[in-house]
Design a protein around this ligand. Structure first.
Ligand SMILES: [Zn+2]
Length: 715
């Protein structure tokens, strides 16, 4: 029997999930009407917003390595999280008291959005067009707590003013304390909203709420608690209150017109190197990846009855796809079990008793294959088939199950672009790298738009030319091309790379979409191997850390590039989605929530002031404001991510290392809700993300230039 293929989206076919699964139609990725039932078959994987029963349920999910896509939020007193899960997992959660709120993205949405982006780009090309630029609580008893306003910021975007506040109570151990924020605008309007308690790793952090719409600029804010505590009256500050230099007339932008696969990215790198010879080097990173390849497998027998899983030692493309495997009855009594391989057919001749009846079990067959054909095959008894009589069956064809016909089946050379007038290490270096996580399709669009903006404008804009005089820029558009190829061709929700470290029954192809290593959990600093939280030792987990620190070519490449170029002092690790801007520490130990060392006051100031400049630059594009509550150290604003690359670059190499999560939530004025955009939104959204975050990366180059200029001369 051939591997069961669950996701079979070819590169350019739009969608075939809708034909077999209940699907609310083309609007599935749009905000669900509350009345729309959320349907997911047991084996369908989707990105689902789920309202959890309680903190304990969230803690269990984190402990079991659940695929949490964003930071869980408190909403109306309940925790809401975006989870990548199957219908079966969702049913389990629902049975435990959770509620599905909306489906952010179904598996088929990515392929459809990819195909739509290509079609639209072709149509634009044909038409000769460019992509378009895109109520007051009264205090009662004597106060038993004290409130401190930690953050109060306001901003205006798209004509709507927002207010966000973060307040801490001294009654940290009382989970029932309610905090309400009251505000007043310059023209006298007033209002209030509740804050929600935020705990992480079992420890109280603060109370906060998502940004709240207010009618105009707020000038006063106070907080009161259900224990009687009252804060000082504060004046909310403007966020981020930083504006980049205006773009000169004729500034060139918008070099992205469709989603880009790793093959497209390779071609783009080649073109840029050819077109801007004087400003570009292409660096082949030293560790080739495994490539878009898998071993070939077949079930010998029926896995629902009795079967042995037979897997090739080599990859399917290395002559093993199409190899056949079968069991035969020798037709004579008292024969021993034998295994033979001839003409690409593995034949297991079953043992017989004196009456000529076959007597080999599944265990006998697996053991015989492993003993006599170990150089070519490994065999595993299927779960539930142990000790059963082995049927006469086959032939079954081994297959690697990979759908991408245009992806070369060989190790992949990951490439970096180096941009600058002086590419000799004499100038401060900036590194931007993206797609450590395969499914984050918008992220290479950001780094490639950034690279081409720098190059194209260096010819026409003196200010850009001057930046490339002063700064040495490194860009790795796709750190994890193998996983990305798998995401585009086989399984859109793929996060990890293609290396399967599982052993035994976990190699069953039913788990094929769960294999791989989380590249951004495979580094050495604050790793799960050192006891830090937020990565898993389970090879099937979405945050699997690998067999050891830097076990993967992908992570070794990032480290090698940074080590080989000691002039790199700034780095941006580009992810999606959610609208975060973060820096170290990115991990803590479970016991006592002890983080990696905090940056010094001076460095923290640099991280924050630079972040405000970059957030301001991002907002120039379409008014997207990364919230103050999502700007800060990873461990404070998102979660602990053991063994991530930003911590590696900062603590090991002294690089100011940030992370973007592009794809900010969009405000829906009709529902007055913030809505998450997902990993593979309709292309117009991804395009807008590429434009706004490329602007942020340009500002990072300015930050690096200013930092270098302020340093005392060497010697
Ligand atoms: Zn990511």
């Amino acid at each position: 029997m051939i591997v069961r293929r669950r996701w079979t989206a070819a590169a350019t076919t739009a969608i075939l999930i809708s034909a077999v699964l209940p699907h609310p139609g083309p609007a599935a990725a749009a905000p669900a009407n509350p009345a729309t039932p959320i349907t997911l078959t047991a084996t369908e994987t989707a990105l689902v917003q789920v309202r959890l029963r309680d903190q304990a349920q969230l803690d269990r999910l984190v402990a079991t390595g659940a695929d949490l896509a964003n930071r869980p939020r408190a909403r109306d007193g309940r925790i809401v999280a975006d989870l990548v899960l199957t219908g079966a997992q969702l049913a389990d959660l629902t049975a435990q008291g959770a509620t599905a709120v909306r489906i952010v993205q179904r598996a088929g949405d990515g392929s459809r959005h990819y195909a739509e982006s290509i079609r639209a780009a072709q149509a634009r090309t044909a038409a000769g067009l460019r992509a378009p630029a895109a109520g007051q609580r009264t205090t009662t008893a004597a106060a038993v707590d004290t409130l401190q306003v930690q953050q109060a910021y306001w901003w205006t975007t798209g004509g709507q003013t927002f207010l966000q506040a973060q307040v801490a109570t001294t009654a940290t151990d009382d989970p029932d304390v309610e905090i309400t924020v009251s505000w007043r605008t310059a023209d006298g309007a007033t209002g209030s909203f509740p804050l929600y308690r935020f705990e992480d790793s079992g420890e109280y952090q603060y109370h906060y709420a998502l940004p709240q719409p207010v009618p105009s600029r707020p000038v006063q804010l106070t907080a009161t608690s259900s224990l009687g505590g009252v804060s000082r009256v504060v004046t909310p500050a403007l966020w981020p209150n930083a504006t980049p230099p205006p773009l000169p007339t004729g500034y060139q932008r918008d070099f992205i017109d469709a989603y880009l696969t790793p093959i497209d990215i390779q071609a783009r790198i080649k073109r840029l190197a050819r077109q801007y010879r004087d400003l570009v080097d292409v660096i082949d990173l030293p560790n080739k990846t495994q490539g878009y390849r898998r071993t070939a497998v077949a079930y010998l027998g029926d896995p629902a009855v009795a079967a042995v899983l037979v897997e090739s030692v080599r990859f399917g493309d290395q002559g093993m796809n199409g190899v056949q495997v079968r069991t035969v009855d020798p037709g004579r009594p008292d024969r021993p079990l034998t295994v033979g391989y001839r003409d690409r057919v593995l034949t297991v001749t079953l043992a017989t008793d004196a009456a000529g009846k076959t007597v080999s079990t599944t265990d006998d067959v697996a053991a015989a294959i492993n003993a006599r054909q170990a150089s070519r095959f490994r065999a595993t008894v299927e779960d539930g088939s142990a000790g059963l009589p082995m049927p006469v069956t086959g032939p079954a064809r081994l297959d690697d199950g990979l759908q991408g016909t245009e992806v070369p089946a060989r190790p992949w050379t990951v490439q970096a672009l180096r941009l600058g007038v002086h590419r000799d290490g004499s100038r401060v270096g900036v590194l931007a790298y993206s797609q450590e996580h395969a499914r984050e399709w918008a992220t290479p669009l950001v780094t490639l738009e950034f690279a081409e903006r720098m190059l194209a404008n260096a010819r026409t804009d003196p200010a850009t030319r001057e930046l490339l005089e002063q700064v040495d820029v490194f860009v790795i558009p796709t750190v994890n091309p193998d996983g990305a190829n798998y995401s585009f061709n086989d399984f859109p929700m793929q996060r990890k790379n293609m290396v399967n470290h599982c052993t035994g029954p976990a190699r069953d192809p039913r788990y094929r979409t769960s294999w791989g290593v989380d590249v951004n959990r495979n580094y050495t600093v604050g790793s799960s191997f050192d006891g830090y939280v937020g990565a898993s030792a389970n090879c099937l987990s979405g945050t699997y850390a690998g067999t050891g620190e830097l076990s993967e070519a992908e992570s070794r490449n990032v480290v090698a590039l940074a080590q080989n170029h000691p002039n790199i002092e700034f780095a941006m690790n580009v992810h999606s989605y959610g609208g975060y801007f973060m820096w170290p520490p990115g991990a803590y130990r479970a016991d006592g929530r002890i983080t990696l060392p905090r940056p010094s006051i001076d460095e923290s100031t640099l991280f924050l002031s630079s972040a405000r400049r970059i957030v301001g630059a991002i907002a120039q594009e379409r008014g997207t404001v990364t919230w103050p509550s999502q700007t800060g150290p990873v461990a404070d604003v998102l979660y602990s991510a053991a063994g991530n690359s930003a911590d590696q670059l900062y603590y090991e190499l002294g690089i100011f290392a940030w992370d973007f999560e592009v794809g900010n939530d969009r405000w829906n004025p009709a529902t007055e809700e913030w809505e998450s955009v997902g990993f593979q939104p309709p292309y117009d959204e991804a395009h807008a993300e590429s434009q706004e975050y490329a602007g942020g990366l340009v500002e990072l180059v300015r930050v690096a230039r200013d930092y270098a200029a302020a340093q005392p001369p060497a010697g």
